[in-house]
Design a protein around this ligand. Structure first.
Ligand SMILES: [Zn+2]
Length: 155
């Protein structure tokens, strides 16, 4: 009953699939990115596309995928979309594991990464050397939100 009610609430709100569900995959993400002018990071944070990816996780997912947050979604290659789709559960599961709480925690703790903070590669690290290449991490505003990235590792 509760589960059915949750599903219908998600439907009513027009929420996209959960990022750890089967519905969220490269084919789905590619279909949503196609032709879109919006920055790829904003697409990932759009609750109608995929429900529950906050600012911190979007930054970390894009770093792992090697894709710059400012790229237009429609210009991100299929291979890069695949990397984003693969990176999403890895980042979220790492976050969930660190917090030691439930599946919902990454959503509830948006803006507050808790112990996952120790694992952040780019978020909050402006000016600090990239762990991979030592290039200083940059911070740009995308969709009104701070967006951290490595200018060398992310194209
Ligand atoms: Zn780097």
């Amino acid at each position: 009953m509760a589960r059915a009610m949750l599903a219908s609430t998600a439907e009513l709100k027009g929420l996209g699939p959960e990022p750890l569900s089967r519905e969220f995959n490269a084919a789905y993400l590619a279909s949503k990115a196609r032709g879109r002018q919006v920055a790829i990071k904003n697409l990932l944070m759009d609750q109608r596309i995929v429900a529950g990816i906050g600012n911190i996780y979007a930054a970390e997912i894009l770093f792992r995928a090697g894709v710059r947050p400012t790229r237009r979604a429609g210009r991100v290659s299929r291979a890069e979309i695949e990397k984003i789709a693969q990176s999403t559960p890895l980042i979220l599961r790492a976050a969930i594991g660190r917090s030691g709480t439930t599946f919902r925690s990454y959503r509830d703790s948006r803006g507050e990464p808790g112990r996952f903070a120790e694992r952040l590669r780019v978020y909050g690290r402006e000016g600090k050397p990239c762990y991979t290449c030592s290039t200083p991490i940059k911070n740009v505003v995308v969709g009104g939100r701070a967006s951290f990235y490595c200018p060398k590792c992310q194209r």
